[in-house]
Design a binder for this molecule. Structure first.
Ligand SMILES: [Zn+2]
Length: 152
């Protein structure tokens, strides 16, 4: 018997810039090691007014302290090319479950990795592409290139 999840105690709570509006439901973890593990989603509103679904563990662990555009503004990255790539990656990961290095969920780490391993974008024609399309977005599998498939 799984203990009933008491979502009510989280409604109205604040985590960083997030305020929990209501409970959305749960999904089973896709990690086979944690098959019985549930991920609880809450509808949250950021200080800036953006509304997103955020997993409870990201709130309680402090991994998510506000929406992505607030995080980008804080780092002065909004509107940069790398920020555009990063937000695309985050969306693809969420919507289509495309593998993205866990480290890269933190935009600073993503930008550090790209600068360190790939260097600056050689030209405006270069895109952020995968070396091997059967693998996901991890540092050893990305490059600046002219992939036929425009991935990001
Ligand atoms: Zn925000």
């Amino acid at each position: 018997m799984i203990k009933k999840f008491d979502y009510k105690k989280f409604i109205g709570k604040k985590f960083g810039k997030w305020k929990i509006l209501n409970y959305k439901g749960f999904v089973k973890s896709s990690n086979p090691k944690f098959k019985s593990h549930r991920i609880y989603y809450f509808k949250c509103i950021c200080n800036c007014g953006n509304i997103r679904l955020v997993p409870l563990n990201n709130l309680t662990s402090g991994r998510s302290k506000g929406c992505q555009s607030c995080a980008a503004k804080k780092h002065g990255l909004a509107g940069t090319y790398l920020y555009g790539i990063w937000s695309n990656l985050m969306r693809k990961n969420k919507e289509r479950n495309i593998q993205v290095s866990k480290q890269w969920f933190v935009i600073k780490k993503f930008i550090n990795d790209v600068n360190k391993h790939l260097g600056p974008r050689p030209s405006k024609k270069h895109k952020f592409v995968l070396k091997d399309y059967s693998k996901g977005f991890i540092i050893n599998n990305v490059k600046w290139g002219f992939g036929s498939k425009k991935f990001v």
